[in-house]
Each structure stands twice: as structure tokens, then as C-alpha cells.
Design a binder for this molecule. Structure first.
Ligand SMILES: [Zn+2]
Length: 476
């Protein structure tokens, strides 16, 4: 969380008719390949900055190598392909135009073989070779450009209105069912060209179904944009049935090699980047804590941490400030056009701070709130609460009191907290998930262990197979 946002410059678009390289169809294209590549590089840079890559060089090289091998067999081998592992616990994979594919450590934790990973990469490559993402992003970019041209909000406020960096919107891109079916078909084609076992693609869809079914608290990201894994599993099996027995027995799975790669990979949210104890937020790496108003709904995302008050009419957010000091940050904030107020300098729990009440005129109406800039261990923080002006009154004191709770973190337990990690074990007898959880205890339930090991209800961990367990302490 707390990464800086970058505003991407809208790219000028020119319409042209081109032949789609993967599908062979003529279609109206708003962007040339050169523009597509240019746009992709910008989005790639932004995504890496905002979401962050998972810092494991060997794993990154492995995934990138597999992706490149597959892309080289596609209809667009000349794109500047990159395949990145993102430091994100959610189950997700996505692509941006120009050859950039992203998979999260969360989806890696749910895959069980190299062929399954390759099937996800192949699907995402398919979106790029068939130019689905170009068409989607073109619309997004136009939308974004419209927003910018319309001067909807001051940039400082824009982050908090949910208008995060344009690149993040790829996380929410929805493709049509036709596009999805086509990406599945292309993914199948590419994994076959590399001689992988296509039945593993069906297993990948089966796992996505399990993740979807198990998702109560956890949002299955890939699911929301990729519907109907059951139907897609059946379709994949139909395609696989056209292969000869010889082809199937020669096909690559690489279960054990893949699982070995997952050994020690982080599992679940990284508490070093902040976690909640009810309304109290603790950030071990940045060594601060902050208490949100009681009963507000809190969020802890990669890009923002905050809370939303009653009726979603008031928000309180922590982010990175811009400037060299609290006074500098406040000066810049209040100097924005349409923002009025008189900031003053102060200290909060021993930390140098500056800020005050503000009123901001935006296209969405007049907002009123309080902002506070604080310097702690050479990092400038901005904490801000606001609501529509007419709604602000009852929240003024609540937000004001909350702002005063920002303080250095001294809690030894919180400072020492460590993320959970996957540990690969060789199962020494056939056992149920419950028996496995007793034999290999850890912070996650037998159900969750069954889920990440792709074991259905009534299924067993098989003797002598490798399996994933999770090690770590409860986060508190
Ligand atoms: Zn897709």
C-alpha cells in the first residue's frame, strides 16, 4: 500500500483497418502496432510502480521464460513480451496491450503444475494476440481522456474518489464471452505448440471453480472478469479429446518441478505492509499506527488504506504526501485551484505535522474535510477525511480525533510480524485434508489446504506426492 500514483498521458488515437493477426479477420483498429507497443510500455511501467513485482528473481525468471517460450510460438512473436509475477495475494492474471502479461503470487499458489501455469499465460497471451486488450484499453483510454479533459477533480483528490491510476483499471477490464472463448482457444493452441498437456488447462479451470465456490471473504478477482469456469473446463476437455493417446502421453505436465518453485513463496496478505486489529491499523515496515473511527468499513489495498463511514458518505484515507516537509505538503495541497483553507503547523504525538480544514470545489460538487501531513522516519504521510459539504458537519470531530491517532508504532509483536509462506512437503501416507492439517500444522484451515492443493470434497492427499502446506504465525 501507499504507493504514488502516476497520471498516464492519454494517447492520441487514429483509426485504421487492419487484419487481426491471431484471428485473421479484418477489423477496425484505433491504434497501430507501434502505438499499441508504446501504450503497453507506459501501462507496464505504471503497473509495476503501483502494484509492485514479487521480489523473487528465480521465480520471475522462470515465469518470464515460460511466457516468452509460448509467445514465440504465437502469431505475434515480435512484440516486446514481458511476463511478471505481481506481489498480490489475490487470485488474478491480466494482460495489457503490446505484450505484457501479469500473474499474481496468489494465482501461482493455486496452480499445481507447470502446464497449469502455462495455460493461464497462454490465455492471457491470447487476449493480446487477438488484440482484445487493445480494443478494451482504447475505450478505457478514451474514457480516461474524457475525465481528464473534463477536469473532474483536482489530482490530489482524484486518488481518493476511486479514480486510481488508469493502469489499475486493467484489473477490472471485462471481456465479452466471445473474447474469453477465443482467448481460451488461443491459449490451448499455444500450450499445444509447446507440447504441454491440455488436460492441465481443464484442471486450471476446475481450480478456479473451487476458488470461486470457496470465496466468501476473498474476492476471486479472475472470476469476476472470467465467468463460467465449469463450461470452459468442459470445452477444454472436448478439445483435449481430439489428441491421440501418444500425444497425451508425450505431453508435458511438470508437477513436481512447478511445486518446487513455489517453496517459500509468500502466501496471503503481507502483514509487513500493514494489517488491522479491528479499527487500529498497524504498519510494521513504515513503523506507524493509526486508529480509524469505530465501526467504519476499512480497506487495506496495495494502493490505498482507509475507511468508509456510515452510508458511504465520508471517507478517511492514508497515503503518501508530496513534498519535502509537512508544511511543504500542506502548501502544495492548499495551493490547488478550487481548494481553500488556512493550514497551520503542529505536532501530533511528537511528529512534525501541518494541515487543517479545507473546502474543495469539484465537478462533483463541493467537498469539505480535514487534511494532515506528517513526517515520520523521512516519509511524508497524508491523512485526509472528507465528505460532501452538506454532510460534513457530524463527521468533523470524529475525523479530527482520528487524525490525532497517527503515531510511531512501538508494539513489539506487530513490529516483528512476518508473512506466511508456502512450504512444499512430500506426503508420507495417504490422508484426508483434516489429517494433513494435523500432520503439517499452520495458520490456514484444512479446507484452505485442500483448496490450494486442488483436492475436492472427499478427496485425499496421496502418499509420496508433493503437497503445499503453509507456515507462519497468526497475525495479530
Ligand atoms: Zn480472459
Amino acid at each position: 500500500m501507499i504507493r504514488r500514483f502516476v497520471v498516464v498521458a492519454p494517447i492520441l488515437l487514429a483509426a485504421a483497418c487492419a487484419v487481426n493477426p491471431a484471428t485473421g479477420k479484418r477489423e477496425l483498429s484505433l491504434v497501430s502496432e507501434g502505438q499499441e507497443i508504446q501504450m503497453g510500455l507506459q501501462y507496464d511501467q505504471q503497473l509495476v510502480q503501483e502494484l509492485g513485482e514479487y521480489p523473487d528473481t528465480a521465480l520471475a525468471k522462470y515465469v518470464d521464460g515460460l511466457g516468452r517460450q509460448l509467445a514465440a510460438l504465437s502469431e505475434r512473436p515480435g512484440l516486446p513480451w514481458t511476463f511478471r509475477v505481481m506481489d498480490d495475494p489475490t487470485v488474478n492474471a491480466f494482460a495489457v496491450p503490446g505484450g505484457h502479461v501479469y500473474i499474481t503470487r496468489g494465482i501461482l499458489a493455486h496452480m499445481n503444475s507447470e502446464a497449469q501455469l502455462v495455460s493461464v499465460l497462454g490465455h492471457e497471451i491470447g487476449h493480446i494476440t487477438a488484440r482484445h486488450t487493445v480494443q478494451q484499453m482504447t475505450q478505457q483510454t478514451l474514457f480516461q481522456a474524457g475525465l481528464i479533459a473534463g477536469v473532474i477533480l483536482k489530482p490530489e483528490l482524484a486518488d481518493y474518489a476511486g479514480l486510481a491510476g488508469a493502469a489499475l483499471q486493467v484489473l477490472f477490464l471485462k471481456f465479452s464471452r466471445d473474447d474469453e472463448a477465443q482467448a481460451d482457444e488461443l491459449g490451448f493452441r499455444y500450450m499445444r505448440r509447446a507440447n504441454y498437456d491440455p488436460r492441465e488447462m481443464a484442471e486450471m479451470f476446475a481450480e478456479l471453480s473451487r476458488v470461486s465456490a470457496a470465496a466468501g471473504a476473498r474476492l476471486p478477482e479472475w472470476q469476476s472478469t472470467h465467468p463460467d469456469p465449469v463450461g470452459r473446463k468442459e470445452k477444454t476437455l472436448e478439445r483435449a479429446a481430439t489428441l491421440s493417446a501418444q500425444e497425451l502421453s508425450d505431453a508435458i505436465v511438470r508437477r513436481e518441478e512447478y511445486l518446487r518453485r513455489l517453496d517459500a513463496v509468500m502466501y496471503g496478505p503481507n502483514p509487513r505492509e500493514g494489517f488491522f486489529r479491528e479499527s487500529r491499523f498497524l504498519h510494521p515496515d513504515l513503523q506507524f499506527e493509526f486508529t480509524f473511527p469505530t465501526g467504519w468499513k476499512t480497506v487495506n489495498e496495495k494502493t490505498v488504506v482507509g475507511a468508509v463511514g456510515p452510508n458511504q458518505e465520508v471517507v478517511l484515507m492514508i497515503g503518501a504526501g508530496q513534498g519535502t516537509s509537512p508544511a511543504d505538503g500542506a502548501r502544495t495541497f492548499f495551493a490547488q485551484q478550487g481548494v481553500s483553507g488556512s493550514p497551520s503547523s503542529t505536532t501530533v504525538n511528537g511528529l512534525p505535522a501541518a494541515g487543517g480544514g479545507f473546502v474543495a470545489e469539484t465537478q462533483n460538487g463541493v467537498l469539505q474535510g480535514r487534511v494532515l501531513f506528517l513526517m515520520h522516519r523521512d516519509v511524508l504521510f497524508r491523512v485526509m477525511g472528507y465528505a460532501a459539504q452538506a454532510r460534513w458537519g457530524p463527521y468533523q470531530n470524529i475525523v479530527g480525533a482520528s487524525l490525532q491517532t497517527f503515531r510511531p508504532l512501538t508494539d513489539a509483536t506487530a513490529l516483528a510480524v512476518q508473512p506466511w509462506r508456502i512450504d512444499i512437503v512430500r506426503v508420507d501416507r495417504t490422508m484426508t485434508p483434516t489429517e494433513f492439517a494435523q500432520r503439517y500444522p499452520g495458520p490456514i484451515s484444512a479446507d484452505e489446504l485442500a483448496l490450494i492443493n486442488q483436492i475436492d470434497a472427499g478427496g485425499r492427499f496421496m502418499n509420496r506426492n508433493l503437497a503445499k502446506r503453509v507456515v507462519g504465525q497468526a497475525i495479530r
